[in-house]
Design a protein around this ligand. Structure first.
Ligand code: FAD
Length: 407
């Protein structure tokens, strides 16, 4: 069997793998990316948050993504009946980017991989990782290409950025129970032909249908929009109309704000569904590997933190791997896992407080102090490692404390 050798093998070419690869390439580290699908390919996760921009900048992607003309995102709107709450990232407490993009991931992820290939990165598309064996930090990975041919890749370090493929968690039993009750999501793209002019047409919106049920609208720059519903698994079962198209039409009718705009519009594909989307692992690293992005942890779509976690972890894992390959001591527990899990912990508190209703009370309350709102806005922008923000450091109780004081 053919065997090639690299210093680092990256599994998966989504944003996590792409950012990791760009950083390895910049440092001159020999590496290869293997990706089971052919790009462009559909993946959900279309609303980014500003913290990602730091990683895209570091990876040298900003200019090419900018040139692709995706819709810029300056904030987000939350609706509940006739109540409205709008967060504008330029008002956030922390320093950093105050805009990002909302985009179809098939196109975006291809912009990133095209950029890497232009730089000379070796990406093997339609090549699936089947098995990995470790010997200390060295690994031997078995891959299968689209013609069914198998080959081996030897690596001194492995970055598992395989998303829901969760290659190493599956092979080595690393899955852990998640902290949230199982939730489900269903989503579709439409030609948004009745889109109003101006900001109203392009704003990302989260429409609260019930306390634990919300509908997303993510308009793209090409006239399509992404629509989705997130709800407890039983809720989606209860509204099931027997086929995905009828169920989604029923969902659109539940949004008082959007039903007229979207009713009867053609779906570009049959609505997709993901049940029990939340994932966790027992450990984020091991001897010779790191888990990044969705291959590690995914909480919930409500604050669009998935791609940010993917790029933060991809960037950090690559930098630490580079140091380790140079022979430097790396404390993966504190430098990687503790750092990543700190951010996950902050988002977990806000997601918990969203579904408990506390954060919704806060968002839609007219009397919330502007300073508090700016600090919460920073969290929503992904600046969850800014320890000068008390709404980061006291994430576990800050929102509840403020909410319980509101009339
Ligand atoms: P992916 O983008 O999934 O990339 C992983 C890649 O690995 C894939 O291309 C896959 O083909 C490849 N792969 C898998 N197995 C193998 C294998 N065996 N061998 C080789 N390659 C393999 N996040 C946001 O930021 N904003 C949102 O609005 C948002 N909405 C979401 C809505 C829902 C309903 C859900 C469930 C998630 C949402 N997310 C959102 C999360 C987002 O989808 C993920 O966090 C993000 O895509 C993770 O990026 P990644 O690079 O880790 O994985």
């Amino acid at each position: 069997m053919n065997t090639e050798s690299v210093d680092v093998l990256v599994i998966g070419a989504g944003p996590s793998g792409a950012v990791a690869s760009a950083i390895l390439h910049k440092a001159g580290v020999s590496h290869k990316v293997v990706e089971s699908q052919r790009f462009p390919r559909f993946v959900i996760g279309e609303s980014l948050i500003p913290r990602c921009m730091d990683h895209f900048q570091e990876a040298g992607f900003i200019e090419e993504v900018e040139a692709a003309g995706f819709e810029k995102k300056y904030g987000a709107r939350f609706l509940r009946g006739d109540e409205v709450c709008h967060f504008d990232f330029s008002q956030k407490f922390s320093d950093g980017w105050d805009w990002t993009w909302q985009l179809p991931r098939a196109d975006f992820d291809k912009v990133l991989t095209d950029s890497l290939q232009r730089r000379g990165v070796d990406i093997a598309f339609e090549t699936t990782v089947e098995n990995v064996e470790f010997s200390g930090t060295d690994s031997l990975t078995t891959v299968r290409d689209k013609d069914g041919r198998r080959s081996h890749i030897k690596a001194r370090f492995l970055i598992d950025a395989s998303g829901y493929g969760r290659v190493l968690p599956r092979l080595f039993g690393l899955d852990a129970p998640t902290s949230f009750d199982p939730m489900a999501a269903t989503f579709v793209h439409i030609n948004d032909t009745r889109r109003p002019e101006g900001e109203e047409g392009t704003l990302i919106t989260f429409d609260v249908i019930e306390q634990r049920v919300w509908f997303w609208v993510i308009p793209f720059s090409d006239g399509r929009s992404s629509l989705g519903l997130v709800a407890p698994v039983e809720y989606l079962e209860a509204i099931d109309q027997g086929n995905p198209n009828d169920t989604f039409r029923q969902i659109i009718r539940q949004s008082d704000y959007y039903s007229q705009r979207f009713d009867g519009l053609e779906f570009i594909f049959e609505p997709k569904k993901i049940v029990a989307y939340s994932k966790a692992v027992k450990q984020l690293y091991g001897e010779g590997y790191a888990l990044t992005g969705n291959a590690a942890e995914f909480l919930d779509p409500v604050f669009s933190s998935g791609v940010c976690f993917a790029t933060e972890s991809g960037s950090l894992a690559a930098k630490l791997a580079i140091r380790q390959l140079k022979g430097e001591e790396v404390d993966w527990q504190t430098e990687y896992e503790d750092h990543m899990m700190y951010g996950v912990g902050v988002f977990r508190s806000y997601i918990r407080d969203w579904y408990s209703g506390d954060l919704q009370k806060f968002f839609f309350h007219k009397e919330v102090n502007e300073d508090v709102r700016r600090k919460v806005c920073s969290v929503l922008a992904g600046y969850v490692w800014d320890k000068s923000n008390p709404f980061v450091t006291k994430h576990d109780r800050a929102v509840r404390a403020v909410t319980h004081l509101l009339p």
